[in-house]
Structures are given as C-alpha cells and as structure tokens.
Design a protein around this ligand. Structure first.
Ligand code: NIG
Ligand code: FE
Length: 405
C-alpha cells in the first residue's frame, strides 16, 4: 500500500473572509497540520516553496469554519402542535403558562435515555456540520433536575466525540421552573446554585452557565444568584435576556462580566451601555424572531453605533427556533434585522467565537486552529444573499478534511 505524506495544504487565488472582513486581494491559504500557517496575498506567494504541498484548488471563497454560539440541540420530542397553536393565535408565553412550551420538551427529554438523545440530536448536528459549522455551543435546560441536566450535558459532550466538531457545553439549569418546584422558584434557583452548578463543575461537564431572565422564567435577582454560583466555580456566564420584555437582565449580566447576552429584542439604551462597558457580545437570534413572528426589532443600529460586538446563531431548539441551517440565519439577520452581510458573517465566525470565549478559532489567521470552509461562490455576501444548500465545497476541522476532497 502506498500513500503520499503531505506536509501541508494550499489553496490559491481564493477570496478570504477572515472572520471580520473580506481581504482586498486574492489570497493563498496555507495549512500545516492542525494549524493555519499563513494567509498571504497571491502577489507575494513564493509558490515554489509550496510545490510539495497538497494543492487543494483555486478560486472560490474561504471563511473560518462557522461558529454557532447558541443552540439547544439536545432534546426529546417535538412541538409541532404548538407551532399550529401559535398560528391560530395562541402566544408563546400563553403556551408556557399553560404548562407547554419548554416544559413539554422537559417532559420528553426526561423520558429519553442518553442513547435516544444522542440518536435524535445527531441528524440535527449533521445538518449544522453540512452547512459549515466547526464549533457549536449546546445548552442543557430541558432536564431541570440535577440528574437530567447532567444527562443532557454528557450527551452534548458525547456528540463532540462522535462528530468532527468542537462542542462547547452550557448549563442552562435556570431555563424554566420544573413542576416539582411549581410554587417555589427560589427553592429551584437554590438547587441550581447549590447542587447543579457544583455537580457540573466537579465533572467538567459545563464550559459556561446560562439563565433565562424573563417574566415566564427567572427574575434579575434570581439570575444574579446563578451568576454568583457560576463564578464561584470559575464558569463564565451568559444570559437569555430581553427576549419578550425588558427586565434589565442584559445590564445585570453585563455588569457581572457575561460573555454574551442573547435575543435582545427589548434591549434599551442602559443595557447597550452596560454591554459596551463590559465587552459583552450581543447574540442575535433571527430564527426565534422569525418563528415567534416577533415584530420588535433588536436595536441593531444602536448596538452598531456603540461598537458592541454582534454574533448571530441558530438558537436551534424545538420551540422558538426549529431551524437547523446556519446560513439561513445569515440571510434572516440581514433581511429581518438589517445587519450587513459582513456583520452577519462576522457574527457566525469571529464574534460567535468571542461569545464563547474562544480565541483559537473563528478567524483565519496564522497560528489559529485550521477550522475552515471553502465555498463555491465568488464573494462572501453570497452566503447571506442566497439560501442555497450545496455551496460548501470543503470543510476542514482542526486541519482534517471532513467534507470534499
Ligand atoms: O432561546 N428563550 C428561551 N429559550 C429558548 C427556547 C426554548 C424553547 O422554547 O424550547 C430560546 O428561544
Ligand atoms: Fe436559546
């Protein structure tokens, strides 16, 4: 058996979107092992030096591997019935108050074994990967007991072993009030702080801790208790905030140094200022906006003006965003939120990585992890402009070619 040993790979004449911007001239991209070695303008390429590298092709667009920084990919069941109810005029909040919504998925998730949860999540994960995702955050939050939340986090970790993708796990114990604590939300928050967070930390199951700060979920004061417990275990924090109303959850999360605040349709000036000061990333979720037929826009113009970094994610989940196509989110971010294609793409690369506290991926720059996507398009804006599967030509994860040849 013979095989060729390549010391590296090279793409020539590609348009490079580096995670923040499109570089001005055609570039060569050189990968050695698991790392991006160099990105160099074609005019300066010493091609003889790379003659023995594997020639991966020329033309097209290269972007960082996509980063989907907010998903709820692991869950049991589905909620097509609620989709229909909402179309008949019942609101998302009303469904939640009737004990459906998140709690309906909690019921189905508790019933499911780890194997069943893996089995049902894999096709969803595969859909993200096929659309260019190299890093995905996966939240718990449909278990709502110590055992079931740990089960969800173990499943999420396992998904990262079964597929060539980086999984970052987030404990979202404070997502909804489980039926056992129906009249004791403080008691449940106590459980999250005293047992869930320590247990996840002890077992290395969570990379961050998230909360749902909302009238149908937890108050600002309760979320702050969760933040304190997370920080006592050295876990970074995030928040679902200002999605359905303005409680001031974003400002509170930012003051606690949150990596990100997510949704933000009802965000006000004080929240934006707190984010700016803290460097908290605004994670925008146009899939949930679209699915819930929300009309209140997140304040994109003001966030942009304040220089708050903006990420874009799928929020993939069975209720508010059963949408598993990251490049569709680029389109929706532009069409619904009027982000620019450059902002949307940065939101799913460099800023998505920042929302997860990652510095070694999400950008195309020498020394970073060779997580990259080569697309058969002419300019990066086409990714947001057209919703068109089949454009991902090659995908590399940590230098390994997982898609194309
Ligand atoms: O990000 N906002 C809260 N949580 C999820 C929805 C979860 C669900 O409806 O199952 C979200 O939209
Ligand atoms: Fe969410």
């Amino acid at each position: 058996m013979s095989h060729t040993v390549h010391t590296g790979r090279i793409w020539q004449d590609v348009v490079v979107f580096d995670g923040l911007q499109t570089l001005g001239t055609p570039q060569a991209v050189i990968v050695e092992g698991e790392t991006i070695a160099r990105i160099v303008p074609m005019a300066q390429l010493d091609s003889a030096r790379y003659a023995h590298y594997q020639q991966m092709g020329s033309g097209g667009v290269m972007t960082p591997g996509l980063v989907d920084c907010h998903t709820h990919l692991v869950f049991g069941g589905h909620r097509a019935d609620e989709f229909e109810a909402r179309l008949e005029g019942v609101s998302y909040e009303e469904i939640a108050r009737r004990g459906g919504g998140i709690l309906s998925t909690v019921h189905a998730t508790r019933q499911a074994s780890e194997e069943e949860l893996i089995e049902s999540a894999l096709p969803r994960l595969d859909a993200l990967i096929a659309d260019g995702v190299c890093t995905v955050e996966i939240k718990s939050g449909y278990g709502l007991s110590v055992a079931h939340e740990m089960k969800m986090l173990r499943v999420a970790r396992r998904l990262g072993e079964l597929r060539p993708v980086r999984v970052r796990t987030t404990l979202l114990g404070a997502h909804a009030l489980p039926p056992e604590f129906a009249n004791d939300s403080d008691g449940y928050v106590e459980l999250v702080c005293r047992e869930m967070i320590p247990e996840a930390a002890r077992n290395g199951l969570a990379d961050a801790v998230d909360v749902f700060c909302e009238t149908i979920a937890f108050s600002v004061a309760q979320c702050e208790r969760v933040f304190a417990a997370a920080q006592a275990h050295d876990l970074p924090i995030k928040s679902h905030a200002e999605q359905l109303s303005n409680l001031g959850g974003t400002a509170s999360a930012a003051r606690h140094g949150a990596l990100s605040a997510d949704h933000l349709e009802y965000l006000d000036g004080a929240g934006i200022e707190a984010m700016r000061q803290a460097g908290t990333v605004a994670v925008l979720l146009p899939g949930a906006f679209h699915t819930l037929r929300e009309t209140r826009q997140p304040p994109i113009g003001a966030l942009r003006q304040a220089g708050v970094p903006m990420a874009v994610a799928t929020d993939a989940n069975p209720g508010s965003s059963p949408l598993y196509q990251p490049t569709l989110m680029l389109n929706l971010a532009c069409t619904l939120f009027r982000m620019t294609p450059t902002e949307a793409l940065a939101g799913m690369t460099a800023q998505g990585a920042r929302a997860l506290g990652l510095t070694h991926t999400g950008r195309l720059a020498s020394g970073l992890s060779a997580d990259l996507c080569h697309w058969t398009i002419e300019c990066p804006a086409q990714l947001a402009y057209a919703v068109q599967p089949g454009r991902l030509h090659q995908r590399l994860f940590r230098g390994e070619l997982t898609h194309g040849h």
